[in-house]
Design a protein around this ligand. Structure first.
Ligand code: PAF
Length: 284
């Protein structure tokens, strides 16, 4: 497994591998790898011949007041984990390599970031689409893997790829959970023991929403109230949003139509730690 720091080198490797007829996969990450990331790597290994994992804590997707400085970084530990998972290359560039001085190009999917997390993190998804499109241009992957836990990110990247006619297929990989339902996240390490035990309310809320919709509930207000009720039952939880959106428009729905593809999603603070969870659901 090679660890590559420079764009030109990783591009060279990608082109060489494609030249031998291989299918190329990219798994973009910000490091601090946990089992959720390894699930992405395993999916990539199943569907592609050559797997590159990028590790880059992308400054442009952190909004003011967020945890850029304290975001966990341990490249050696990440590389050691990836060595055990048949990864072919790790691309770990510096900030200067990805955002050279004088660089001013951004990629923005207009409208898709007005709701859910986008409403509270202005500029976040623009930072994500800017870095992901750069990674795609550099590594030219056939397939790219994203966790469905970051559902809005997944939907926005899928839209970007469709809108721009990029040749990369976006694969969404189901959320990996702890035994009690908590979705794996690099931020879970910040939770105190009490917060950790209460954090299961996120998954309970989105599972309850899915169950209600699947059982034919058409009133969004009732679904949202059920989610809110679960979250508010945890004394340490501070609800940011509990919402139901259409997966095409990524906008909240007023009422639920038969066959509609929906996303029930929530974001909750425990002290300064912000957690998210969601469920995709098709209305019967
Ligand atoms: O999901 C993440 O870890 C990041 O948002 C991503 C896709 C690697 C872009 O920096």
């Amino acid at each position: 497994m090679q660890v590559v720091r420079y764009k030109e080198r990783i591009r060279e490797i990608a082109r060489r591998e494609r030249g031998t007829g291989k299918t190329l996969a990219l798994v973009p990450t910000m490091g601090a790898l946990h089992d959720g990331h390894l699930g992405l790597v395993e999916a990539a290994n199943r569907l592609a011949d050559h797997v590159t994992v990028s590790i880059f804590v992308n400054p442009t997707q952190f909004v003011e007041g967020e945890d850029l400085d304290r975001y966990p970084r341990d490249l050696d530990a990440d590389v050691a984990r990836l060595k055990k998972h048949a990864v072919d290359a790790v691309f770990a560039p510096s900030v200067e390599e990805m955002y050279p001085k004088g660089d001013s190009t951004i990629v923005h999917v207009e409208g898709a970031d007005q709701h859910l997390c986008g409403r509270f993190r202005p500029g976040h998804f623009q930072g994500v689409t800017t870095i992901v499109s750069r990674l795609f241009v550099i590594t030219e992957p056939d397939l790219a893997f994203f966790g469905l836990k970051d559902a809005q990110q997944f939907l926005i990247i899928r839209k970007m790829v469709r809108d721009l006619g990029m040749g990369t297929e976006i694969v969404g990989v189901p959320t990996v959970r702890e035994d009690d339902g908590l979705a794996l996240s690099s931020r879970n390490v910040y939770l105190s023991p009490d917060e950790r035990s209460q954090a299961t309310v996120l998954s309970e809320a989105v599972f309850a929403a899915r169950k209600l919709i699947e059982s034919g509930e058409r009133e969004v207000q009732k679904v949202k109230a059920a989610m809110r009720g679960r979250i508010e039952s945890a004394s340490l939880a501070r609800l940011q949003y509990a919402e139901v959106v259409d997966t095409d428009t990524i906008a909240p729905v007023e009422s639920i139509a038969p066959g509609q593809e929906l996303l029930a999603a929530t974001a909750v603070f425990f002290s300064e730690t912000r957690l998210i969870d969601n469920q995709f659901v098709k209305a019967p």
